[in-house]
Design a protein around this ligand. Structure first.
Ligand code: SF4
Length: 213
């Protein structure tokens, strides 16, 4: 397993390679960012960004979306996977915001996780991106990179990965480290064809060394 120093060194290399890493979801306020994050489950940020402008224009507030039915939402998001479920989540989420949170997106993780479609990762993303509350969201890219680099054991759960990274990385760098690892997973350590032969982390990555032989 990599120790804390090695983990931070690896993440610094990722940050140097992708200095502009950041969120690629587009939204004009926390409510719309929450919706976009829910929609991004098993969909790319690019495809979400293509669907959201008309959706956001039609439903600018939680109150307006709460008055809709899932069937009203589906035409806006039918190009995305799981769109039936996602339409239910969006409407349910808006209704809960109106009924329980005065129409505001809560900042607290436990409260966020009471919203339909919001698990720990979505809650962490919203806390960090909308409210600047330190959190380390773990998505499919962060998980893959952490496992391949031996930051965590191969079968580590997302929560175990999150806890290991939070313990190793200084709190003020959590969000930037999260973005660096996502970009690394998206463009360097890709799911199917990781660029191991040209990887600056090859010397510390057994998975990569085995991959290039
Ligand atoms: Fe990923 Fe390969 Fe680099 Fe290891 S060497 S971090 S597996 S791209």
């Amino acid at each position: 397993m990599l120790n804390n120093e090695e983990i931070n060194t690896a993440i610094q290399v990722m940050r140097t390679s992708f200095p502009n890493a950041g969120t690629t979801l587009k939204a004009d306020n926390p409510f719309h960012f929450l919706l976009a994050t829910i929609l991004s489950a098993q969909s790319t940020d690019k495809s979400v960004n293509l669907t959201t402008p008309p959706l956001f224009a039609t439903y600018p507030t939680p109150q307006s979306l709460a008055a809709a039915e899932p069937g009203d939402i589906e035409p806006y998001i039918q190009s995305l996977g799981l769109f039936h479920n996602k339409a239910r989540f969006l409407v349910g989420c808006a209704r809960k915001l109106v009924s329980d949170y005065h129409g505001h997106v809560p900042r607290d993780r436990k409260e966020l996780m009471t919203l339909p479609g919001v698990g720990r990762k979505v809650a962490n993303v919203v806390m960090a991106e909308c409210f600047n509350i330190p959190a380390f969201p773990v998505d499919t890219h962060v998980s893959r990179v952490a496992r391949r680099l031996n930051i965590v054991p191969p079968k580590a759960t997302p929560l175990q990965i999150e806890k290991r990274l939070m313990a190793a990385v200084p709190r003020k760098h959590w969000l930037a480290a999260h973005h660096s690892m996502i970009f690394w997973g998206r463009y360097q350590c890709t799911s199917r064809n990781p660029q191991c032969a040209k990887c600056p982390l090859l010397t510390m990555c057994q998975y990569g060394q085995d991959n290039v032989i």
